[in-house]
Design a protein around this ligand. Structure first.
Ligand SMILES: [Zn+2]
Length: 328
């Protein structure tokens, strides 16, 4: 039980400004919280919702943390707060209809709030059907759009939203909330959500297998006739993580490659995946242009995920254009 905003680490400046805004403005509005994933954007929206709905706000415009409303917000059971959390799926017209349905219900609270996580996953028909209400919400309605890829949100919607950009958390901030070692905290680039993954041995094993997979697929012609990797790649849920992981691995390659021999020992200390050093070294034998071009393609594939491109086809395309054979 408690005040949600008090649990947030970092973002003091933004929270201060937002609280100020809400203490002075009461007209409905759409907000766009952008920034890296896993830094706390959604938690800030959640905490602000608690303040707005609190029945007994403090003079400093904080939630009391104990009233019935505060408790229901905390348990995500508040009747005036709707969560749209698409996980790995698109936000489609049916979700939009649910939102509109929610908004038709008569509210007993002073405000109604809709938090849409991963708002960039909203497809065009869902976006268009919500456009009007998001552009000019009624007096008592606030939308929080949360996104790590805000440029993929409808331009009309973006232009009418109040934008709040969140930054990565500092290592000092991360230390306040995590017991993880400094090397882990240094390697997560300010993202809380990556700390657990870094520490989990199962995850480590999976990453090793993804590293081996990248080497195999990009360096072996036999991969073309091998059905096994295609089966594992059909598993959609791991594909975004795998893409991000491969990109971070290629980033490590670039660091190793850009160093002179003497600096190499020092370079190893800033690798994101020091435990996968031998895999990184294999990949570092690739020409720099090749690494950059594969990186760029993976980056594009990550964007294509939003439109649900087939992962196996993407991989085959990458192999067709970039595969390196041992003879080279
Ligand atoms: Zn309260």
């Amino acid at each position: 039980m408690g005040v949600l905003l008090s649990r947030i680490v970092g973002h003091d400046d933004r929270i201060h400004k937002l609280k100020n805004y809400f203490s002075q403005h009461h007209a409905g509005r759409t907000f766009l919280f952008s920034g890296p994933s896993g830094v706390g954007k959604k938690q800030v929206a959640w905490g602000l919702s608690q303040i707005l709905l609190c029945e007994n706000k403090t003079p400093n415009f904080d939630a009391c943390g104990v009233c019935g409303s505060c408790r229901r917000v905390e348990k995500k059971e508040h009747e005036s707060l709707m969560w749209v959390d698409p996980d790995s799926d698109l936000i489609k017209i049916d979700d939009a209809k649910e939102i509109l349905q929610f908004l038709r219900l008569r509210s007993l609270s002073k405000f109604r709030i809709v938090i849409i996580d991963q708002a960039h996953r909203m497809n065009a028909s869902a976006g268009n059907s919500l456009l009007k209400i998001m552009e000019e919400p009624p007096e008592d309605l606030f939308f929080f759009l949360i996104s790590s890829a805000p440029t993929q949100i409808l331009q009309t919607l973006r232009s009418r939203s109040m934008k709040v950009a969140f930054q990565s958390l500092s290592v000092t901030d991360l230390r306040k909330i995590s017991q993880a070692s400094i090397s882990v905290l240094n390697s997560v680039r300010g993202r809380l959500d990556l700390i657990g993954q870094k520490e989990d041995p199962e995850q480590q094993k999976e990453k090793k297998s993804w590293a081996d997979e990248l080497i195999y697929l990009m360096m072996n012609e036999e991969a073309w006739t091998d059905p096994d990797w295609r089966v594992s790649m059909k598993e959609k849920s791991s594909w975004p993580l795998r893409l991000q992981f491969w990109m971070s691995l290629l980033r490590d390659c670039r660091i190793l490659k850009s160093q002179t021999f003497i600096e190499k020992a020092q370079a190893i200390s800033i690798l994101l995946h020091p435990e996968l050093k031998s895999e990184v070294q294999i990949l570092s034998q690739w020409p720099t242009e090749k690494i950059d071009s594969i990186f760029q393609k993976l980056l594009n594939y990550e964007k294509d995920l939003v439109i649900h491109r087939d992962s196996v086809l993407m991989m085959e395309e990458l192999m067709a254009s970039e595969q390196i054979h041992k003879s080279i």
